[in-house]
Design a protein around this ligand. Structure first.
Ligand SMILES: [Zn+2]
Length: 75
């Protein structure tokens, strides 16, 4: 389940593992592509959670960052 909110938080998006819910804060984005990147970012958090991987918060953020830039770093 994913909700879009226009304001109310300093974050760009949040995934709540307790409820499996994603909230995207539209006002913290500048472009449509930016919003899509955040949706992808939060969905990866959800996928990692769904597969019950045991990564700490830093490992998870690093992994998602590497995935987001994989096209550039593999060339
Ligand atoms: Zn994150």
């Amino acid at each position: 389940m994913m909700d879009m909110k226009s304001a109310g938080c300093d974050e760009r998006g949040i995934f709540y593992s307790e409820t499996g819910r994603i909230i995207i804060y539209l006002s913290n984005h500048e472009t449509y592509d930016d919003i899509l990147s955040t949706i992808q970012h939060e969905l990866i958090h959800k996928c990692i959670n769904d597969f019950e991987e045991t990564l700490d918060e830093k490992q998870e953020e690093d992994l998602i960052y590497q995935m987001a830039w994989a096209n550039e770093s593999l060339v």
